[in-house]
Ligand binder design. Sequence first.
Ligand code: PLP
Length: 370
Amino acid sequence: MASDLDPFTVVVHAGRPERVPNAPVGDSPVFSSTYVAGGDRGYGRFGNDAWTALEETLGALEGGRGLTFASGMAAVAAVCDLVPVGGRIVAPQHAYSGVLALLDQHAASGRLHVDKVNIADTDAVIQAVAGADMLWIESPTNPAMEVADIPALSAAGHAAGATVVVDNTFATPLLQQPLKLGADVVMHSATKFIAGHSDVILGAVVTADEDLWAAIELRRRGSGAIPGPMEAWLGLRGLRTLALRLERAQSNAAFLAERLLQHPRVSRVRYPGLPDDPGHARAAAQMSGFGAILSIELGGDAEYAQRVCESTELWVHATSLGGVESMLERRRRWAMEVETIPVDLIRLAVGIEHPDDLWADLAHALKTAT
Ligand SMILES: *Cc1c(COP(=O)(O)O)cnc(C)c1O
């Protein structure tokens, strides 16, 4: 495909079968565990046409070569495995709780040393990364919505000899391309915006470094953390409409952020699209949009925040994000969520419904949940 196409076009056209007479416009999933000898495929744990199509599309969007996984966490585990036993990884103090829990397990077992830092504090990260094997970045972070300076941290990570990884789940490959900002590896929970319909668990990694790609692929074979062909096919089917879904969800999020800012019960709105947000300038410099997730705080009142989550009728009270349907949850309802995330923080994962309906439902819940 031509390299000068806009990502909104690439997301529709990459990873398609060759245009020859009678060829299908898109690949169908192939359900086979094994293949007749003589070709290069061999066995279903080594490759599948449905993965290839999704991997080519994600690779084209991020500027590298893709690898799909059974889940976002399977992708995280494969990437963390690159760090040698006894090695050190620097990670954000606020990030997806599953990633932090996995790192804590590695630290407890003696497998890795883990140092957690405020990923928005560039000087602190630069200090911590000296002598580290890997720098794990998430930006914007889940659910604190902090923005890391990806170009500066990538340069610092490389100067220290560390592999730089970015969890790009919140931004999606359409709003932020970390490899182009200097990172070595991009990781996605494709469960979220990429698949986009809350119907599949799926992960992905993209890198432009062939050695890293081969090392991660070897771990996928070894761990067997492969996606099913149906999941990969659903992931690509969802990804084809990401541009439209994201445009709508993002404009809904921006609208709601402004409304929430005015609301007397809301003490803080965390959304990098707001001009006064601490991450605004950085996000504007490295992202082409501010995304569809925001977090709010309700004056320190955890019980009120919990009741708000239980009072909406349209917004789904559920964990996860990136689906067409708007969802909300108080993150500290989970025992595994980090204790420095405020008890009254609600993460709003904005969907593609009409903004007036979303606001009416949320405003009603904020009013009646007392
Ligand atoms: C959900 C999520 C993950 C984990 O992905 P799964 O597909 O649920 O395994 C990792 N990082 C972020 C930022 C997430 O939101």
